[in-house]
Design a protein around this ligand. Structure first.
Ligand code: ADP
Length: 277
């Protein structure tokens, strides 16, 4: 089930390869570069795969699907944006990815293991070891300083990053002894990102992380999240209703009425600094 992601589209360059005995016959500019890029894309490791995943709730005699037959793959190190209107099923999808909810049916593969077979204890361990979460309203503990909020992660997982290092990575070393009430919204959100990355999670899940911020501050947070994927190789999955954010994603998953409407891979995502809303 797991391994290298296979490209399913017929690649023009593969046809060219069949017709020519040697790669050296390829023109030495565009085609060679495209072939190298295609080969690089084939190297991507799949981190998560959803196979016919459903989440249903009972409403009296009726059943209601918050998510129905979801199929998708997320590669390691990708920046993924989940887009859709309110009530579409975005948070349901994010909660299933993070092991914060369990599927009614289907399979959720993570690194070759099926999360849907996990006991509650094993799922707790999955969350502790692999998942960092950033919420719209930060969810910091108000009576603890930025340093102490991040240091809490040591109680959840062994081998966490030193809080000073995590706070420095988000540009907050100078603010580490301040309480949340003494920080701006952007600083609080950066603290919550430091808390999430201190665990060194494979998966960084963000639920409307800029939703409570003004555009300028929101952009700083987006830049930080994009650099977590591009520079640190973390898999970042962000839920938003803001369609402008699609431009910065490697993969955009559109959700509508509890279903995956489409999954689009973006070959040339924009820098977060270039996005306006
Ligand atoms: P979104 O994040 O896109 O706004 P959600 O994933 O939160 O959407 O919700 C999808 C649908 O599932 C909504 O209609 C919501 O009311 C419903 N839903 C979510 N959680 C529950 C629940 N615990 N019980 C019943 N219905 C729920």
């Amino acid at each position: 089930m797991f391994g290298k992601k296979k490209k399913q589209d017929t690649n023009l360059l593969e046809i060219i390869d069949l017709e020519k005995d040697s790669e050296d016959l390829l023109p030495d500019t565009g085609q060679k570069k495209r072939k190298e890029k295609a080969e690089k894309e084939d190297e991507h490791e799949v981190l998560i795969e959803f196979s016919d995943v459903c989440k249903k709730y009972s409403q009296g005699e009726n059943e209601f699907y918050a998510l129905k037959n979801a199929n998708l793959t997320i590669n390691e190190g990708e920046m993924v944006v989940i887009l859709g209107p309110s009530g579409a099923g975005k948070s349901t999808l994010l909660n299933l990815l993070g092991g914060m909810d369990s599927a009614s049916s289907g399979h959720i593969w993570f690194g070759g293991e099926d999360l849907t077979t996990y006991s509650d204890n094993r799922l707790t361990r999955y969350r502790a070891e692999n998942v960092g979460v950033v919420f719209q309203f930060y969810n910091l503990i108000p009576t603890l300083t930025a340093y102490e909020n991040v240091a809490l992660m040591k109680d959840i997982k062994e081998g966490t990053t030193d809080p000073v290092e995590a706070l420095s990575a988000v540009g907050l070393k100078e603010h580490m002894h301040q309480f949340p009430s003494q920080m701006s919204g952007g600083e609080q959100q950066r603290t919550s990102i430091a808390r999430a990355i201190a665990k060194n999670p494979k998966l960084l899940l963000c639920d409307e992380p800029t939703g409570a911020l003004d555009t300028g501050t929101g952009k700083e947070v987006l830049k930080l999240l994009q650099s977590m994927s591009r520079d640190k190789g973390r898999t970042v999955v962000m839920v938003t209703h803001n369609s402008f954010f699609a431009d910065i994603a490697d993969t955009v998953i559109r959700v509508k009425n509890g279903g995956i409407e489409n999954v689009v891979h973006n070959d040339a995502p924009k820098d977060a600094s270039e996005v306006f809303w």
